[in-house]
Design a binder for this molecule. Sequence first.
Ligand SMILES: [Zn+2]
Length: 442
Amino acid sequence: MFSNYFNEEAETMPLSEIKDLQLAKLKKQLAYVYENSPFYRKKFDEAGVKPHNINRLKDLELFPFTTKDELRDSQKQAPPLGLHAAQPLDNIIRIHASSGTTGVPSFVGITARDRDIWTEVVSRCYYSEGVRPNSKVIMGFGIGFFVGGLPLHDAIENIGATFIPIGTGASDRILSSIDNIKADIITCTPSYAIYLADYIRKLGRDPRELGIKRIMCGAEPGGGVPGVRKRIEEDWGATVTESLGNADILPVYAAECEERSGNHFLGHEYLYLEVIDPDTGEALELEDGVTGELVATHIDRDCVPLVRFRTRDRVTVWTSPCSCGRTGFRVRCIGRTDDMLIVLGVNVFPSAIKDVVSGFRPRVTGEMQVVLDQPGPKVEPPLKIRVEHGTDNGDLKQLKKEIENALREKLIFSPLVELVPPGTLPRYEMKGQLIYKAYEQK
Ligand SMILES: [Zn+2]
């Protein structure tokens, strides 16, 4: 029998010990950053703060935020890694790119020590999601420049599981690997899990009979969105879990356990996380149900260390104890600031719309698209949404009315639903696109 934890001591560490450890490491890291990163030396000096100002974790709130735009500027000024790099290029063993939803990608360099820390934390996450030394894991993310590739490979092999490197765009090879190697776990985006099930059914086979036990989702919200999760589980007859990561922070730093009630934060010796009010920047008390923007600070990182980095991830946090014994708080990403729409002052995330729409299966397929006639985030109501109806759907007028009512009640905005035939909307092998920019097509 295998242990329930990859690193029991770290994953079940009492909260008071975690805080003491984080404070000691934060002090050391801020001194390192001030000494080695011209970018942060300037930022700290301009804000009138010094590393020795930290006497408790809360004192970090005195320090300024770091934004993605600042990182891009920093890399323009000192290519390739930027003025925030803190390590000479000779010490860098690998460079990844972090995709931006806007603009050019930025580069993420790591030292050998950074790589080992990534591997440790990502291993804890995948283990929490159920990977064991006897698992055979199909890699359904691209193994390229982005951090969703090699770091996951390092971790899965580190656990001792069998890694099957397939990547995207090769659904036929995934199917033959399930058949021939008897792979039992797939890790991929939720969009791809849905795409792949469709692909397999079109070949006249039933994904539920292939023996896949787990699908581990990441890179976009969906695996933890109840309606979407249910759809993938029904498609595959498998358990669906999700994890959370960020290229600039750590490829995967939080993941679900068997309870599946949010992603446990599993990297507290390396990262300090805050949740802030995205409008005022005020740090919020971490307690059950708190919602805001996740802000991350590296407390043990050699290259490209970040202080109070605004992730643009909107999250909800839970701190109540979990039956699995892991002490890290749980976090769920409900959407990205970049995807958020504002309808008459109400914040609306496309992934939340997808959740409501998915609840109407099988009368709908679960595929939907928000149609924008003008650039967001502000949208004049009604918000236009295309929804694929199912093959056997009954009264379409009635269905449209029911979906509109459900959206109005649950998400408090005024929708205009257009039903389209099944198979009309695009499917995705990587991240799904829930917003259709009609204004760009004119
Ligand atoms: Zn748990």
